[in-house]
Design a protein around this ligand. Sequence first.
Ligand code: MN
Length: 272
Amino acid sequence: MKRIYTLLLTLLVITLATASSCAQIGSKPEINIPKEPVDKPIIGVSASSNTSASAPLTYIKAIKRAGGVPLVIPMTTCEEQISAVLAVVDAIVMTGGEDVCPLYYGEEPLRAQGEIVPERDEFDYKLIRMAIDKDLPLLGICRGEQVLNVAFGGTLYQDIPSQKKDSFIKHSQKAPREYGTHSITIEKGSLLEQLLGTNKTNVNSFHHQAVKDVAPGFKATAFAADGVIEAIEMVGNNKVLGVQFHPEGPTSVGDDEFLGIFTHFIELAKKR
Ligand code: MN
């Protein structure tokens, strides 16, 4: 019994010690206002909720680690709102999320279709087209990559397991976000190869949809072993990249393997 008390007391001491950075009663944090102009680009992050102006912290942390200042863009279908935001940000990251409405690429919804958020489809579509029209760097992640493809005339598999019969890989992993669970092969000479410094790596996977027909003006530059497209790039424009995996997962917890994707966009954003 005494041992248990000693253990609990030790845990309490450790907890108090780690919480020591908390403000003391009556004190306020010191503010160190930067004396020099801050050279950090503002990276717009598309909100992934229509009930709050929020995006998962993994995106936020990955952008901060790469030297950018993340700014979540609340969902809106108003072009004036989007235009005003695009005047402030230096690059865009499109986040993951629900399925894309198949009517956008000329198909009826199959029964295996997942959740659809019409407002988000319209927001993402307008944000992507207006940002690229302004020549802003744009990184599409998972759903972000899929909407990017659809926005420029491509199509999607609405549901890989029921539609792509030769797909044998589990693309909806049951492992934590920071772990890669299936391999990808990256095209030689592609932007993604340049950013990751390799032709083969393992990525995480949280999708049942994927790019089917690549949009005109884009090319597929990474594939899973079952042929599922894992990255698309705009031909002749290194400012537009879409990845089916979630590089922000490992990047947000301090892993450097995919950090190059984010630093590339931060560097492009700095030049603006
Ligand atoms: Mn996958």
